[in-house]
Design a protein around this ligand. Structure first.
Ligand code: ADP
Ligand code: MG
Length: 593
């Protein structure tokens, strides 16, 4: 691990040194220009790494924000004769307003509607710029001043180069800090739907909006730089072609890797230029053949290396595991109320014509394990979803710790101290086991984007990670905390889910078929963990098919059939009940004999 860290730092240092020396070498001005365009594009692509690669939101409209940044400063400098720095502020401000409005309208669109929406606003902004008199219509604005730092005007390719690359490297550093934080984990958890992060108490819409705003701001910053570098702005900055170009760079380089933004922008920019020179010579005719080459390259990469060029570097590009300092996390006191911890009364759910859950009543007392069993289709999962706030009930009530929580969102219920696992494991496979589990501790921290970017969240971050490490130790997974979660066996993945749920500091754990698909030894380990948790005072509601497990670990069992409560009793009473035998008739039940 140390030699890896060493190599990674060495590589980073080498890149910075090469970038710093390039303009001092007797290289042709042409290459300085090329590298300046690479730097500007890298900024936009860094935003796409966050938005598309990390958060899983595809945008075909990033060039629109480049256009906003470029036109804002163009208008202020050329028409109002103000300073480029005011132009930058205006551009960023307009970008925030525009992106927030667009985000609120489009980020909850599902499936392909978001990419379509991004195309729509991208195209319309292009025509707005092209048809606005004050912005010079399709000719755009000319005669922008260079950016000045005090008395130094960045009016040469080389002076601009230094400023630009300082901005790009700082942005990449800030983004890397952001990804390696509480906010970053929440962003990375967005890719596979919202159910899991919401169940951990994470407001997923808020994080989608954050990814969208940060990506838009990076694009707007790129627009400002480009406008003052080229000294002109025209509508082509925000064309759909430009947007697709940025997305292309992200995919070629490695869409979920920060290094991929650099690799993608550099490869595309330089290859594009070279191909435009070489291909006409090869084919003997003019024509945009480079498009074909890029298309083939894209297909090859997607087939052979979906992590792009930078991903091919493998271990060189691998993120570093940071040592976890043990810092105890503040444990919000959960004040137990008198009476049962969970009280379910008359709970019902109607799906169209089907009454899936029909007037179910039961309690879970503090510190006991209650099994919820019944034949397939009995309504167990639906009951589970009604209690955890995934579905609103049609009738009835759920009271948790003396508080009525009927109809609360999954997020609010998680925050109240009721944590859950998923029947089909939900996790971020590329993220380490430790980071996955730390998602559960999200609401126990408060550091935001700015603290993360500036590295001011380190103490809190240590607290969250050491809480995750402690919960992993509790379920017996401490030895694997730095592995990618996707490498774990199914049994260990289910334990990961339990550790993650424990990080929310719950008093009641709801587990949906935690033993499904486990090997015998894994089931025994799971049973042991459940008993230990009970001994430590955590109540568990266990929806489970495996009768051996249910009979062995539960204090009481609730049996459902056709949506209704069939029987509540101890494992012994349930085993002896003729009604339960009848309900299960034809479906072999192990353990009932
Ligand atoms: P169990 O988990 O006990 O196997 P479920 O709660 O999944 O049972 O399902 C109970 C009944 O409700 C089944 O008949 C199922 O087909 C139906 N059902 C579950 N979810 C939905 C839904 N979203 N829409 C319509 N019917 C559903
Ligand atoms: Mg089910």
């Amino acid at each position: 691990m140390n030699s890896l860290l060493h190599r990674g730092r060495l590589a980073g240092f080498g890149i910075v040194l090469a970038l710093a020396l390039l303009p001092l070498l007797p290289v042709n001005e042409f290459w300085i220009t090329q590298m300046n365009f690479v730097g500007i594009a890298t900024l936009v692509v860094l935003g796409l790494v966050l938005l598309t690669g990390v958060a899983g939101l595809t945008s075909f409209g990033q060039a629109a924000f480049v256009g906003i940044g470029a036109y804002a400063t163009g208008y202020l400098c050329v028409v109002l004769h103000l300073s480029p720095w005011l132009g930058l502020l205006a551009g960023l401000a307009v970008t925030v307003l525009f992106a927030a409005a667009l985000g609120l309208l489009t980020l909850n669109l599902s499936g392909h509607f978001l990419p379509l929406g991004t195309i729509a606003w991208g195209v319309s902004l292009y025509f707005v710029f092209g048809n606005t008199e004050a912005l010079g219509k399709y000719d755009g604005l000319v005669g922008l001043p260079p950016i000045s730092l005090g008395s130094i005007a960045l009016d040469s390719g080389r002076s601009f180069y230094y400023f630009l690359w300082a901005v790009v490297l700082l942005s990449a550093f800030a983004l890397s800090n952001l990804l390696d934080s509480r906010t970053g984990r929440a962003l990375r958890a967005l890719k596979d739907g919202t159910a899991m992060p919401e169940a951990m108490g994470i407001n997923t819409f808020r994080y989608k909006l954050i990814a969208f705003l940060v990506a838009a701001l990076l694009a707007s910053l790129a627009g400002w730089l480009q406008a003052h570098y080229q000294r002109t702005v025209d509508p082509s900055v925000s064309s759909l072609r430009a947007s697709i170009g940025y997305l292309f760079m992200a995919v070629i380089g490695g869409v979920s890797l920060i290094g991929g933004a650099f690799a993608g922008a550099a490869t595309t920019q330089i290859l594009d230029d070279r191909l435009q020179v070489w291909l006409p010579r090869l084919t003997g005719s003019e024509g945009h053949y480079e498009v074909i080459v890029f298309g083939i390259l894209l297909v090859l990469l997607l087939q052979r290396a979906s992590q792009g060029l930078f991903g091919m570097l493998g271990a060189w590009a691998a993120p570093q595991a940071r040592a976890v300092q043990p810092i105890a996390l503040h444990r919000g006191e959960r004040i137990p109320s008198a009476g049962p911890l969970l009280r379910v009364r008359g709970l019902s759910k109607r799906f169209a014509g089907l009454l899936a859950v029909d007037g179910v009543d039961f309690d879970v007392q503090a510190g006991e394990i209650v099994g919820l069993i019944g034949p397939n289709g009995a309504g167990k999962s639906t009951t589970f979803n009604l209690i955890t706030g995934v579905l609103p009930p049609s009738a009835g009530s759920v009271t948790f710790n003396g508080q009525p929580v009927t109809g609360w969102s999954a997020r609010a219920i998680a925050h109240a101290g009721l944590a859950r696992s998923f029947q089909h494991v939900r996790m971020v496979p590329e993220m380490s086991v430790l980071e996955n589990v730390a998602l559960g501790a999200h609401r126990r921290g408060g550091a935001g984007v700015l603290a993360a970017v500036l590295g001011l969240d380190r103490k809190e971050e240590s607290g969250l990670l050491s809480e995750a490490a402690a919960q992993l130790a509790r379920v017996g997974l401490a030895g694997q905390m730095h592995e990618p979660a996707g490498n774990l066996s199914l049994g260990s993945q289910r334990l990961l889910e339990i550790a993650r749920a424990l990080c929310t500091n719950p008093t009641l754990l709801l587990l949906d078929e935690p033993a499904a698909g486990l090997r015998h030894a894994e089931k025994l380990a799971l049973a042991e963990v459940l008993r230990e948790l009970r001994a430590q005072g955590i109540a568990i509601l266990l929806v489970e098919h495996d009768m051996d497990l249910v009979m062995n670990v539960t204090n009481r069992i609730v049996v459902m059939e056709f949506g209704r409560l069939l029987l509540t009793g101890t494992p012994r009473e349930v085993q002896a009940s003729p009604a339960v035998r009848a309900a299960y008739l034809g479906t072999e039940i192990e353990g009932v004999s």
